[in-house]
Design a protein around this ligand. Sequence first.
Ligand code: HEC
Ligand code: HEC
Length: 249
Amino acid sequence: MQTSHRTIFLSTILAMFLASGVAAAQNSGVASGYPVPKDDLTPQQRTGDGLYKRYCIGCHGLKGDGNGENAPYIDPKPRDFTLAQFKCRSTPTGTLPLDSDIISSMERGLRGSNMPSWLPLSDNNRQDLLAYIKTFSPRWKTEKPGAPIAIPPEPEVTADHLRAGQALFQKLECWKCHGVEGRGDGPSAATLTDSKDRPIVPYDFTEGHKFKQIGLKPINPEAAPAAAPQQQQQPEQQQQQQPPPQHTR
Ligand code: HEC
Ligand code: HEC
């Protein structure tokens, strides 16, 4: 497992290195030199096809089904675009995401997984990739994205809000998977599977830095300026803190 992880990590680095190194070349049309795409693609989808084959195919696979050659070594598995099911959505469960949701996942990358950030590509290139990803599922032709869920601004952290949150955590049974203390060890944790029946682990909330960061502020103490003065008053505690990991997983 050790070697495979290292291989994946290196190939991710390589992909990102390539992404930054040839960013200029993309705008002049990276599609040339790659397998001839299907005839029915729009010019934008065709450019996306070339980019996809260059940057995404190793994980998401030629058919977009998430079975790229790196997939066996990756956990969580690369997304299967033929299902058009996405995790990071602003839209309700069961509905298609907004374009901006998918674009934002490409920009950010998905923390805690092997999905890198594709910020080194241009905005146009990410739009081209989006257009191409949509060709993998007929749902994009027959369905519209769901109406986005309105998320109110994050409330202040007060004792009352914390108590109300704790009550919801209980009432909505978050603890069944995430555990009473949020350590990802609730009674259902061991039996969970994803939509493709593969085992999936609930988040351990005590490791706040691992969030995929969908509208969530990082709980990583180094990234939260408000926590800094308090830390300075407790030097021993600060020394015990682990530095945040430099890469995913
Ligand atoms: C090194 C492997 C790897 C490469 C290369 C890669 N991805 Fe991913 N991608 C993943 C993994 C793994 C996931 C699922 C992560 C998860 O479930 O937390 C994912 C998920 C996604 C998602 C789904 C986000 C969601 O909300 O469900 C999109 C969109 C995506 N990738 C686009 C791309 C595009 C576009 C490229 C090429 C520019 C690309 N990926 C290249 C590994 C990769
Ligand atoms: C049936 C099991 C289950 C229940 C119940 C559940 N979760 Fe989760 N939760 C998960 C799993 C599994 C993941 C990890 C998903 C992944 O890796 O993509 C997760 C991930 C999360 C994340 C991390 C999202 C991110 O940004 O990466 C948050 C936050 C979260 N859950 C909050 C909650 C809250 C709040 C509740 C109760 C309202 C809840 N969960 C109930 C299984 C559950």
